[in-house]
Design a protein around this ligand. Structure first.
Ligand SMILES: [Mn+2]
Length: 344
């Protein structure tokens, strides 16, 4: 029996329901109100974009940014919460329209690296050493608009600058194969880990695996997790679900494919995910049709499903699995797993 899991989500996971085709459908909830929800919903930590933590940070000096982040740390502590990571938001500024680290414009690339350093300052003030890079605008709509070898080297250079800026920071890459771009440069866990090996201090470069992103790449999230675990690179996860090869849906964990969710829980639990402080992030979205009063249910539901699947996984008799494996009786194994999921 492994340890207990700690759960996190980001303030963006409680939202107003706007999508590319329609406006907001729910009232905004203030950040301080959102923080009150965390413990009530069973969560222990907060994931941040840099400007979730310090709004309008481009208009502030380094000193002001650090001071605001320190204030926030006190607020978190008062709510019994910790900051899990900070992610530089490198896709909304006009200078990141053509990507950030891989932009064709050197001034824009410099902006992206400076902004990443501010995120490290914020992480330090919040008491976390983890930076997550969501690189899904680092890509192209047409192949000829950038050079994929140069782009890869530019991402390495950006990570190196972050590693040099702070000797303790750890950089966690979140692979995603597409959306908003046609193709991105770090589409899978394998790409992220390989990129880390090119960096100046590979020990400090890891991976954040999002279930939906792995599915969008045509891969199984639990196998992606196993791959990262074998490199000791799985430092956080974004669990959710995804109905086929569509836009990035961020559906509640397990809501599309319970068995796929079960296998993610199982691989994490089996290999003591969390023993070095790793947390279980749930990057899920409320359905757009949901009313204000249930707009946080997707979070508590996802956590509940994780814990129910954990219970099932821990009841599974490893001897039965081993016997089936030994006899190569995968039909029996298949039925055993399905019966376990159905409650015996
Ligand atoms: Mn997603």
């Amino acid at each position: 029996m492994a340890g207990k899991f700690k759960f996190t989500f980001g303030p963006w996971n409680i939202h107003e329901g706007a999508d590319p085709f329609g406006p907001e459908v729910r009232k905004s909830i203030s950040f301080s109100k959102k923080l009150e929800y965390y413990k009530k919903l069973g969560f222990d930590g907060v994931q941040f974009h840099d400007d979730d933590a310090v709004p309008q940070l481009n208009d502030l000096t380094g000193k002001q940014i650090a001071a605001k982040a320190k204030e926030l740390r006190k607020v978190l502590e008062n709510n019994g919460l910790v900051a899990e990571f900070v992610a530089p938001r490198l896709w909304e500024d006009s200078r990141t329209i053509d990507g950030a680290y891989t932009s064709n414009d050197p001034a824009c690339r410099k902006y992206a690296i400076d902004r990443s350093k501010r995120s490290i300052d914020i992480a330090n003030a919040l008491g976390t050493d983890l930076i997550v890079l969501w690189l899904a605008r680092e890509g192209t709509y047409i192949r000829e608009s950038k050079d994929s070898k140069v782009a890869t080297e530019r991402i390495v250079e950006a990570v190196n600058q972050m590693l040099a800026y702070d000797p303790n920071v750890r950089v966690c890459i979140e692979p995603k194969p597409n959306e908003p771009m046609d193709h991105t440069y770090i589409p899978t866990t394998g790409h992220a880990i390989a990129l880390g090996l090119l960096c100046s201090d590979p020990e400090r470069v890891g991976v954040n695996i999002e279930s939906a992103h792995a599915i969008l790449a045509g891969l199984d999230p639990s196998d992606e997790m196993g791959f990262a675990l074998s490199f000791n690179k799985l430092w956080t996860v974004h669990l959710n679900d995804q109905n086929g090869l569509k836009f990035d849906q961020d559906k509640s964990f397990g809501s599309v494919d319970l068995r796929r969710a079960f296998n993610q829980v199982r691989i994490l639990d089996k290999h003591n995910y969390g023993k070095n402080g790793e947390m279980v992030g749930l990057d899920v979205k409320a359905m757009r049709t949901q009313k204000d009063n249930v707009a946080t249910r997707h979070l508590s539901n996802s956590r509940e499903i994780f814990l129910r699947l954990l219970e099932i996984s821990r009841k599974i008799d490893d001897k039965i699995i081993q016997k089936c494996q030994k006899e190569r009786d995968y039909e029996e194994l298949d039925l055993y797993i399905m019966k376990s999921l159905l409650g015996g």
